[in-house]
Design a protein around this ligand. Structure first.
Ligand SMILES: [Zn+2]
Length: 339
């Protein structure tokens, strides 16, 4: 696309998943510590007046990893390409040339090769990557911005003072600590255990899947592959909600998604912060005002108000997502262009 030309889509298509979940899990942020001292992931939350509370939080990066792990499965189900490293759950993100070469089989990397990364690995496409080795196109580095955005999970405002985080202690065999050589084969580990009602927000810029920021072109089939990739990511978001907690053996009692709001919007729209008690009503109201102001449509899907289960809510969202993407990409300036 040259300057002056219009975008290859009629309008952006964005998805927002705001949810509340009761969790009782070990190591939700994928952390384990040895020794006597454990630092928990906490953040200050403004509580009104002059009060701040230190509350346990769950890393957005951890939640992002759950989505990526689920995307391995949903991508394969949709017949989408996925690199060799990503398929194994090794997500390098900050890549060396060897990482990218191992993942998508690229020998020499230049800005133009972003095309190959997008085509050969849906993970690089959806979750982004950075390549910052010195010789990338004589000093130029490559940044592929993530289309998937994941917020830190924090306790809902009603449960701020109830959310708890404790270290739990366990012993584990440690490689390098060999038995029978005067050293113990066991070490004590401490792992966070978090309980509470937490709020999370995940968004997706669906129209930018398969799209390269540098050349402003789609490198996948439009609209079919963009729709397939978007559906795979949405399904991965659904699966991730049921898989919180890194240590599965201790975390099977994950708990329930207590409520959920999914928005599938024309343009750029984000649901209200789900830590707020009224986030569902607020999202519905904001969506109406947004529609009046912009003339664009927002589909708001809620659970438990409108949907019998969270799977049903995601099914409705998937339908709307496909409809909007096809309509948006059918009228774009390079619609129908094959890779
Ligand atoms: Zn990959």
């Amino acid at each position: 696309m040259k300057s002056g030309e219009s975008t290859p889509w009629k309008y952006p298509v964005t998805v927002g998943v705001a949810f509340r979940v009761i969790i009782n899990v070990a190591s939700p942020s994928h952390e384990a510590a040895t020794g006597e001292y454990t630092e928990h992931k906490k953040a200050p939350i403004y509580y009104g007046g002059r009060t701040y509370l230190d509350v346990p939080i769950i890393s957005g990066n951890a939640l992002r990893r759950y989505v990526k792990e689920a995307l391995i499965v949903t991508a394969e189900k949709h017949g989408l390409p996925i690199g060799n490293l990503c398929r194994k759950g090794i997500f390098t993100h900050w890549n060396t040339k060897r990482d990218l070469s191992n993942d998508v089989g690229i020998g020499k990397l230049a800005v133009n090769n972003v095309k190959d990364c997008l085509r050969k690995c849906v993970m690089e496409d959806a979750a982004g990557f950075m390549y910052a080795e010195k010789d990338a196109r004589r000093g130029a580095s490559i940044v592929r911005f993530s289309r998937l955005h994941v917020a830190t999970m924090k306790p809902t405002y009603e449960s701020l003072s109830q959310a708890k985080v404790y270290p739990i202690q366990f012993a584990r065999h440690v490689p390098g600590k060999e038995e029978g050589k005067g050293k113990s084969g066991q070490m004590v580990f401490r792992v966070e255990h978090i309980s509470g009602e937490f709020a999370g927000l995940v968004t997706l810029d669906a129209h930018l899947l398969g799209f390269d920021d540098y050349t402003q072109q789609y490198f996948v089939k439009v609209p079919d592959d963009v729709v397939k990739r978007a559906e795979a990511v949405l399904e991965a978001m659904y699966i991730a909600l049921n898989r919180l907690g890194a240590m599965k053996a201790r975390s099977m009692t994950v708990g329930d998604v207590t409520s959920l709001t999914i928005t599938v919007a024309q343009g750029l729209f984000t649901p209200t912060d789900p830590a707020r008690r009224d986030y569902i009503e607020s999202t519905v109201n904001e969506a109406q005002k947004y529609e009046e102001l912009t003339g664009w449509k927002v589909n708001v899907i809620t659970y438990p108000q409108e949907s019998a289960g969270i799977a049903e809510a995601f099914t409705k969202a998937k339908e709307k997502l496909g409809e909007l993407l096809r309509e948006s990409l059918a009228g774009g300036s390079n619609a129908g262009q094959s890779p």
